[in-house]
Write a protein that binds this ligand. Structure first.
Ligand code: SAM
Length: 465
């Protein structure tokens, strides 16, 4: 373990400069240190992310103590990673300190023990909750002063590892057996709501398993899995995933369509779309068509106008709902950055809405918790597009995922769908469903029989090439 602290000390300056996303900095570091094994990498990465999650608390405590500031942060990161149980150890702080004892220099053992006995209630709320002031204030407005601390606490813990069984190749039950056969340290259980989800306690390296290579599963948060049900794609439909990225949601949607119909995966990032290709190949889906676009106004999109049954806009957003797994975002994002995103979100949603047939469904989604990126965009969209109406999420999801008599994430007070880390144990998600109102001329278009739909979709694919 001495080398873990040394690697962390080396990694920290770049990580804490916040110039690059943390996962990129960590991956680059590991590429330059090929001798590190899987377990070492897991502990170093988990400790680095713990430092980002609890930066205010750790920085305040690390003002005093032995050695350099980087060494102190590294030790606090290791202590947190070893005591969180994210690595399958589920140790308490005392036993984690004991695990570290043999690498500690004089005075460090007592210093860590002092840290473990700090009373969080005595700390300033910004320090205790590890949030920048603007975000703490924003959470005070929504979800509100009474609940923001609970939310902040949930965001300080690493996310659990969720998988989605690829139902084109296996079942959840088979995947559970496969995962439980990995070894005693890990335990796999069904996710509470997503019907194909498997939750793993501990963090096994899965990329090299035969099941992963054979496309039996994808790593995907339960909330993301549930979002595919809000789009509710049907077999044989024409569907567009407008901001498909590396295709996490595309693949879940494609499986719900049982690999029928056509599913266009659009994105402006060639790099992300390139990452979709191997995942698509593993998945066995033949209905997915990745298409690179130069912007939301690309002429390829215009050619699909009025032809699509369902469109998902999983918009670029601040990612504040994913702070459990991307804690650097809370230090990198700013209120000005959110304003810029708002303009982008509105433009993408407006362009995407042109794709829909009369009667077609548009789902706007983010992994943000900020109303500016969620409710306010959905409301502004409805105001600007009187040819669309909101469809209550509860109506779309019923009878799925019942919780307190309503489908999970739905409310009687509004039509939107929202998942919270502190309530649902998922990443934070927002979803709004809109339906394009049917017009008289549209009714005749809707009468197309299946054959003519097939001919048309072939033509569209040709046009996109
Ligand atoms: C939240 S991510 C999507 C994640 C993805 N749906 C998934 O499940 O993995 C947002 C995506 O929007 C893409 N994007 C940004 N601007 C865009 C635009 N104008 N049109 C389409 N996609 C855009 C980004 O490249 C990014 O991949």
């Amino acid at each position: 373990m001495p080398q873990h602290a040394i690697h962390l000390e080396r990694l920290l300056p770049e990580l804490l400069s916040f110039e690059q996303p943390a996962d990129r900095v960590v991956s680059r570091y590991f590429r330059a240190e090929p001798q590190l094994g899987n377990r070492d990498r897991a502990l170093i990465a988990e400790s680095a992310f713990a430092i980002l999650r609890r930066k205010n608390e750790f920085s305040q405590f690390a003002v005093s103590g032995e050695g350099s500031q980087a060494r102190r942060l590294a030790l606090l990161g290791l202590l947190s990673a070893l005591s969180e149980g994210g690595l399958g150890s589920a140790n308490r702080a005392e036993s984690a300190i004991a695990d570290l004892a043999h690498v500690l220099k004089p005075g460090e053992y007592e210093w860590l023990q002092r840290f473990a006995t700090v009373d969080p209630a005595a700390l300033n709320p910004l320090v205790r909750n590890n949030l920048p002031e603007w975000l703490w204030d924003a959470f005070g407005k929504y979800p509100g002063e009474d609940t923001r601390e609970e939310l902040a606490k949930a965001l300080m813990h690493p996310a659990l590892l969720d998988l989605r069984a690829n139902t084109m190749k296996t079942t959840r039950e088979e995947l559970l057996v496969q995962m439980n056969a990995l070894g005693g340290r890990y335990q796999a259980i069904p996710t509470p709501y997503a019907p194909d989800g498997v939750r793993i306690m501990g963090k096994p390296a899965l990329q090299n398993t035969a099941g992963f290579k054979a496309g039996m599963f994808e790593v995907q948060d339960e909330g993301s899995q549930l979002l595919a049900y809000l789009l509710a794609p049907k077999r044989g439909e024409m569907v567009v995933d407008f901001c498909a990225g590396a295709g996490g949601k595309t693949l879940a949607i494609g499986a719900l369509m049982r690999s029928t119909g056509r599913l266009y995966a659009l994105d402006t990032s060639e790099r992300r779309l390139a990452n979709l290709k191997p995942r698509q190949a593993r998945s066995g889906l033949s209905n997915v068509h990745p298409v690179w676009i130069d912007s939301e106004n690309d002429s390829k999109i215009k050619r699909l106008a009025g032809k699509i049954d369902r469109v998902l806009v999983d918009a670029p957003c601040s990612g504040m709902g994913t702070l459990r797994r991307n804690p650097d975002l809370k230090w990198r994002q700013t209120p000005e950055g959110v304003l810029e995103l708002n303009e982008k979100q509105m433009n993408i949603l407006s362009s995407a809405s042109r794709l829909l047939k009369p009667g077609g469904r548009l789902v706007y989604a983010t992994c943000s918790l900020l109303p500016q990126e969620n409710q306010q965009i959905a409301e502004a969209f409805l105001e600007k597009h009187p040819n669309f109406e909101a469809v209550p999420a509860a109506e779309v999801l019923k009878p799925l995922f019942p919780k307190d008599k309503l489908p999970l994430g739905c409310s009687l007070d509004n039509p939107w769908w929202q998942l919270w880390p502190h309530i649902h144990g998922t990443d934070g998600f927002f979803g709004a469903v809109f339906q394009k109102k049917a017009s008289v001329s549209a009714l005749t278009v809707d009468k197309d029989d299946e054959k003519s739909v097939k001919v048309k979709s072939k033509k569209v694919v040709k046009e996109l090439k």
